[in-house]
Write a protein that binds this ligand. Structure first.
Ligand code: NAD
Length: 365
């Protein structure tokens, strides 16, 4: 099948394939849109079943980044990269140098950073080959470093906003939250939720990851297969995408879905299915924008940690507006968010009104 016929191909500007036999790099970089600025989005290292699965992932993820950056009011378009990794090979500096050369060859059209399977150290190797990279070690109080604590903070604040609207309480004390995946973001999120008095149920396919959280705070650990139907108020998917689908929705007991994972819905109709079940969904790319806000500030050399915190603090207001519109129109929240993101991008493309992104990125009056 040609890329152009792929069901997830959505007017992507370009898709680039790279391989470097010496370091065994196999990577795809997809640039969905540069209407708002250079395409920014992280790099994922994952063991895909096939090249086709990797292409599907990078096409979906890069479009998600266009929408995420637009709604967050950032001067960036959307792009993403995936490194197809054989699980038997370990990460080497050479692999990331080769990936850095791939990014450099796009001459600034794509800016990379961390996503699943990638660390700050890996991005330092990339920096040896290109300046189009962010998520590098923090210097002093300037924005920078691992974006996942910021992602977790935005998700935490978003869960508070969702709980306020759907469960009619301003406190998380005693609220039961299920966290699927307690890696970089999930672990930070557990800490914030626990400190706010929430009761946590967690699952992770990696024993060492759930054990670390279990050692840190009181949690109930369940098998990954049980988490989606666990008896919780809030379900926070913080592992991989496609977890909200016809099957999982039919088994879900949560009243809210609000987590960090990208592409949580297996397709856009799942948003309507959640509405039918009276489950409030916080659109993934709205609630999980904390990391890209930090990455953007760092890349633009604009601002301090405090400014990142303030900007991440705008996420719950954006969600409240979407939740309120959903209540008044009965539309699914994912549809409202997608329409908003597409309007912002279209306005930037036509230069008609670039105030929309700015207006939406401000707190509600
Ligand atoms: P991570 O790799 O550190 O953590 C993911 C965790 O999920 C791992 O512990 C993994 O073992 C676990 N996992 C995988 N499949 C699972 C399953 N079926 N059931 C239970 N656990 C499973 O990644 P991360 O950086 O924490 O990111 C988590 C999600 O959030 C990803 O979807 C990522 O794209 C998204 N996200 C991350 C950031 C960020 O700042 N890191 C920003 C925005 C979105």
């Amino acid at each position: 099948m040609s890329v152009f016929d792929h069901p997830e191909f959505d007017q992507h500007e370009s898709v680039h394939y790279f391989q470097d036999p010496q370091t065994e790099l196999k990577a795809i970089i997809a640039i969905h849109s540069t209407a708002l600025g250079p395409a920014a989005g992280g790099c994922r290292r994952w063991s895909y079943v096939s090249d086709a699965e990797a292409l599907t992932d990078v096409l979906r993820l890069s479009r998600g980044m266009t929408y995420k950056n637009a709604v967050a009011g950032l001067p960036f378009g959307g792009g993403k990269s995936v490194i197809l990794a054989d699980p038997s090979t370990s990460k080497t500096p050479g692999l990331f140098r080769a990936f850095g050369r791939a990014v450099a060859s796009l001459d600034g059209k794509y800016i990379t950073a961390e996503d699943v399977g990638i660390s700050v150290e890996d991005m330092l190797q990339v920096r040896g080959e290109t300046r189009f990279v962010s998520g590098l070690p923090q210097s002093g109080q300037a924005a920078g470093g691992d974006p996942s604590p910021w992602t977790a903070l935005g998700v935490f604040l978003g869960i508070q906003a969702a709980v306020e609207i759907r469960l009619d309480t301003g406190s998380l004390r005693g609220i039961k939250v299920g966290i699927q995946g307690v890696g970089h973001v999930g672990h930070h999120l557990c800490r914030l939720l626990h400190d706010a008095g929430a009761e946590l149920t967690i699952a992770d396919v990696k024993r060492e990851h759930w054990q670390q959280v279990d050692a840190d705070m009181p949690v109930t650990v369940v098998a990954p297969s049980e988490l989606l139907s666990a008896d919780v108020d809030v379900l926070a998917p913080c592992a991989l995408g496609n977890v909200i689908n016809m099957d999982s929705i039919s088994r879900m007991r949560a009243k809210i879905v609000a987590g960090a994972a990208n592409n949580q819905l297996s397709n856009s109709h799942d948003g309507a299915r959640l509405v039918e079940q009276n489950i409030l969904y916080a659109p993934d790319y709205v609630i999980n924008a904390g990391g890209i806000i930090s990455v953007a500030r760092e890349y633009l050399e604009q601002g301090s940690e405090d400014e990142v915190r303030n900007e991440v603090g705008l996420i719950p207001d954006r969600l409240r507006r979407i939740f309120t519109e959903a209540q008044t129109t009965s539309k699914a929240t994912n549809r409202i968010a997608d329409e908003l993101a597409r309007r912002i991008v279209a306005d930037a493309s036509s230069d008609a009104d670039d105030d929309l992104a700015e207006e939406f990125s401000q707190p509600a009056s």
